[in-house]
Design a protein around this ligand. Structure first.
Ligand SMILES: *Cc1c(COP(=O)(O)O)cnc(C)c1O
Length: 475
């Protein structure tokens, strides 16, 4: 660039307004009433830098130096985007009920109400209203958990991974933990049984083979150094064919003979017998406890349908050890979780209420008649929004939903879904557009059709999807 051009450029850039000037203008435009000054300043500088870049890159002059209209529109867009929530509600039309990426279980209304009631004020979280003294925070749910599981004692931590880690740290540090080779599970997100055993300071003692482990395999390794037997629910896969492991009762009897406890990581941990609703047999927490397992751990937000939590139930003496361990303090749950958990657990006192009011259970137990009605309702609402659009094609057909979340892994739940496509529009583009709306709709694509599974839709989702379809096809 010649010196002459360079000075010409300097002159052009010098005509741009100063940041201070723009901040005054922002105040005149009322932006300072809506947004923090520091943010306004940051976005003004960023957009101004863009304009400078653009001027420097320009081949010819002559255009407007400072496009005020588009500049302020961009700054306002930036500010609104920055302050809009990043963690947002989405519509789950995938049919995966316990969808870990989408926040697992939607809470029951009663739980949401309790969170709202407790979150904004003080509570008796660790305060005994009778004695006026300090109490322990999960005292409020311990009794409920014991009633629902038949266990002697219970406690709650941040999540099930934390529950397993705490149990191993408190009961097995420096000693051996016996696990079947068929149960050395990896749950998504780097939770692996072999690693969690090491993290708990214990020594992993693998027994048996991948497909089969016999009682004798356990028996031969139990010795002086054995702290406990750990059973792990193979939540997210099944070994079929020539496979097997000892019955829980046999394992418990063996452990008793050697004076060591059996701990079971149940993963989902259902409190209800779902077999009564046509779902495959997973033993309930109550059955596991009555089989003599000393401690059982499970998640609050899988089949329980409540908030993220790690629930531990079992023998008092062991639970007391866990409560006293320093890690318990690091893993403790907060008041909002406790409020939601208490309300969710109360639903389970009456199984019919649980199935009616806990969304996760309501979705899992929904029958195909109801699903078909819901698919038809969705189609009707979409028609109402879009009119008789040419190119829009919808059909209702059987599909498969999933329990998800490492809950009932192999279970295909028959559903009735709405299939939708639009002539000339790629399903991949439509899927993306739905996902990128202000209220995102998450769908699956099957054979070039968008699939809306009504199983996982909540009440207000139907109309929102219909509106989304109108917006999508109008453009
Ligand atoms: C899901 C699962 C976990 C982890 O539970 P979080 O509550 O997600 O921490 C641990 N073990 C098993 C068997 C599981 O299925």
């Amino acid at each position: 660039m010649s010196d002459r051009n360079r000075s010409g450029l300097q002159q052009l850039l010098a005509q741009l307004p100063a940041v201070d000037e723009l901040l005054h203008e922002a105040a005149r435009r009322g932006l300072t009433d809506l947004y923090p000054r520091s943010l306004i300043g940051d976005f003004i500088r960023a957009r101004l830098a863009e304009i400078k870049e653009e001027i420097i890159g320009r081949q010819t002059g002559g255009e407007e130096i400072f496009p005020a209209g588009s500049f302020w529109a961009a700054v306002e867009r930036d500010l609104a985007a920055e302050l809009s929530p990043r963690l947002r509600e989405v519509i789950n039309a995938t049919g995966v009920v316990i969808h870990t990426n989408l926040g697992r279980s939607p809470l029951p209304d009663a739980a949401v109400a309790r969170v709202a009631a407790v979150a904004g004020g003080y509570s008796n979280l660790e305060y005994d209203l009778d004695s006026g003294r300090r109490s322990i925070r999960y005292a409020n749910v311990e009794e409920l958990l014991c009633r629902l599981s038949g266990a002697e004692a219970a406690m709650v931590v941040n999540n099930n991974a934390g529950a397993v880690l705490l149990a191993l740290s408190a009961l097995a540090a420096g000693r051996e933990v016996v696990v079947s080779r068929g149960e050395l599970v990896e749950i998504g997100g780097a939770f692996r049984i072999p690693e969690i055993v090491v993290q708990g300071g214990a020594i992993l003692k693998e027994v048996g083979a991948t497909n089969r482990t016999h009682l004798a395999d356990y028996e031969t390794v139990i010795g002086e150094e054995t702290a406990l037997l750990l059973k792990v629910h193979t939540s997210n896969y099944r070994i079929s064919g020539f496979s097997g492991c000892p019955e829980t009762r046999e394992l418990v009897a063996l452990a008793r003979r050697h004076g060591i406890p059996v701990i079971e990581d149940l993963g989902s941990g259902n409190l209800l017998d779902l077999r009564a609703y046509g779902l495959p047999g997973e033993p309930t927490v109550g059955e596991v406890i009555s089989n003599g397992v000393d401690l059982a751990t499970f998640s609050g937000d899988k089949l329980l349908g409540g908030p993220q939590a790690g629930i531990i139930v079992g023998r008092r003496e062991l639970v007391e050890k866990l409560k006293k361990h320093p890690l318990n303090r690091a893993l403790r749950i907060d008041k909002m979780t406790l409020a939601a958990l208490e309300a969710t657990l109360k639903c389970f006192l009456d199984p019919r209420q649980a199935v009616a009011e806990v969304p996760t259970l309501r979705m899992l137990t929904m029958g195909t008649d109801e699903l078909r009605k819901r698919a038809r309702r969705l189609r009707r609402l979409i028609r109402r929004q879009t009119g008789e659009l040419t190119g829009l094609e919808m059909r209702i057909a059987p599909e498969v939903s999933r329990a998800g979340g490492g809950a009932l892994p192999m279970v295909a739940l028959p559903t009735v879904a709405l299939f939708l496509r639009f002539a000339g529009k790629s399903p991949v583009r439509l899927e993306k557009a739905l996902r990128q709306r202000s209220v995102p709709v998450i769908v699956r694509i099957v054979d070039d059709w968008l699939v809306f599974d009504p199983r996982t839709l909540l009440e207000n989702d139907f109309n929102e999807i219909a509106v989304a379809c109108r917006e999508l096809f109008e453009t």
